[in-house]
Design a protein around this ligand. Structure first.
Ligand SMILES: Nc1nc2c(ncn2[C@@H]2O[C@H](COP(=O)(O)OP(=O)(O)OP(=O)(O)O)[C@@H](O)[C@H]2O)c(=O)[nH]1
Ligand SMILES: [Mg+2]
Length: 294
């Protein structure tokens, strides 16, 4: 399927981020642990070159733990400090704070030598709905940043005091204007990071079912009460799920519209299991491994 969206406000968001870099000491790049490659904005490498950057793989509670470990190892091989986090559950707050402090240490040290106790300012960036505001609220221990389960909740940037010497700049989620990789766009849509109104839920759910059929059939099979055989198309899987789950209209017609919406909801909420849609490159593939044994 061809996913299109309107990048007008994204260009504005990019300008705002470029301006805000000057105000902060550290950049926290938040990605979705279920698709750490597609949810990472390729523009950011260039945009944030001048600041220390750390990566938070959020929604780790919804991702496959082994895949998350492989992604963390991958980032660390790239020289990026990275942690996994579940902002929803709020575990690992201490580790997250020390991640930010570690990144800010050089600037804090420089200021200390001048006799100044520096307040560390961190900006959090990432695609819509990845959990940026929830993360800040967790670190702060109370809800100061508005959060919600749809993309586009945070509208403008907002400073939030997390601690005496730590302030966070919350920013609106940002997608890249030209997401040419349609497979990546599709994974963003599966995760709910692209607004629902610009795509067809029924087709999206069929593509999701095909992906699950090939990559992680067990959870969907149990949840939807259907066999995820290779020879079944996405349409057949959707129709079967409607019948088995009782999403039926008058005249025994499958209610594919409702079924599609519910399947997407259930997948996004993790009810089909902890599924990671992208595999981390191995040491061999990213060229940072020990080549001696080859
Ligand atoms: N399961 C799970 N849900 C999470 C986690 N973190 C955030 N959420 C949920 O994800 C949704 C989006 O969270 P927000 O914090 O509003 O996301 P955001 O990145 O600030 O989104 P925008 O402001 O739209 O860019 C909310 O429903 C959160 O409760 C997590 O670690 N696990
Ligand atoms: Mg937000």
């Amino acid at each position: 399927m061809n996913i299109q969206w309107y990048p007008g406000h994204m260009a504005k968001a990019r300008r705002m981020l470029a301006e805000s870099v000057k105000l902060v000491d550290v950049i926290i790049e938040m990605v979705d642990a279920r698709a750490p490659a597609s949810t990472r904005n390729p523009d950011f490498d260039d945009l944030f070159r001048t600041r220390p950057r750390v990566v938070v793989l959020n929604k780790a509670d919804l991702a496959d733990p082994a895949a998350t470990r492989a992604w963390l190892a991958f980032y660390r091989r790239q020289g990026l400090d990275a942690i996994s986090f579940s902002a929803g559950a709020g575990k690992g707050v201490k580790e997250a704070v020390s991640l930010v402090e570690r990144a800010a240490r050089p600037v804090v040290q420089r200021m200390k030598e001048k006799g100044v106790n520096k307040t560390v300012r961190a900006m959090i960036v990432g695609i819509p709905n990845v959990g940026k505001s929830t993360f800040i609220n967790r670190l702060r221990g109370s809800a100061a940043a508005k959060a919600g389960n749809r993309p586009g909740v945070t509208r403008g940037k907002q400073w939030i005091v997390v601690d005496t010497y730590l302030e966070f700049l919350d920013t609106p989620g940002m997608l890249w204007p030209k997401l040419e990789d349609q497979a990546a766009a599709e994974r963003l849509a599966f995760l709910g990071s692209i607004r629902g109104e610009i795509m067809d839920n029924e087709r999206l759910s069929m593509r999701l079912l095909e992906t699950l059929r090939d990559e992680a059939p067990d959870g969907a099979k149990a949840r939807l009460k259907i066999e995820m055989e290779k020879e079944k198309s996405g349409e057949e899987l959707l129709l079967e799920a409607c019948r088995r789950r009782g999403w039926i209209l008058s005249g025994a017609r499958p209610d594919t519209e409702r079924g599609a919406a519910l399947i997407l909801d259930e997948f996004r909420a993790g009810r089909m299991g902890r599924i990671t849609l992208e595999r981390a490159p191995t040491e061999k593939e990213d060229g940072n491994g020990d080549q001696a044994g080859d």
